[in-house]
Design a protein around this ligand. Sequence first.
Ligand SMILES: [Zn+2]
Length: 116
Amino acid sequence: MEAALQRRVWRRADGRCEYCHLPQAGSQAAFEIDHIVARHHHGRTVPGNLALSCAVCNGYKGPNLTGRDPRSGKITPLFHPRRHKWSYHFRYEGGTRIGRTVIGRTTVGVLRINHP
Ligand SMILES: [Zn+2]
């Protein structure tokens, strides 16, 4: 991936994981640039398909595009950082991230967003 494109993704995310919102500063593992729609599913390396991600979120997300809503069990799309607004789908309760919507709940579960 071109360095200019990587810089653009980092700047747009303001150095935070776009899934769990943890900042790279102070994090143990290096952040990664995630293909929201994985290359495995023919996702392209373009700004609209890239998100800055911590290694934990990226590792659990893998090539997944959906997961099961823990409340209803229904297959549900995961949070898409380019199409969805974080504060609409998640909220903080202390240091814990809570899914406000079915997409938020599913993403918290699949990505283990509150994993220590
Ligand atoms: Zn994360």
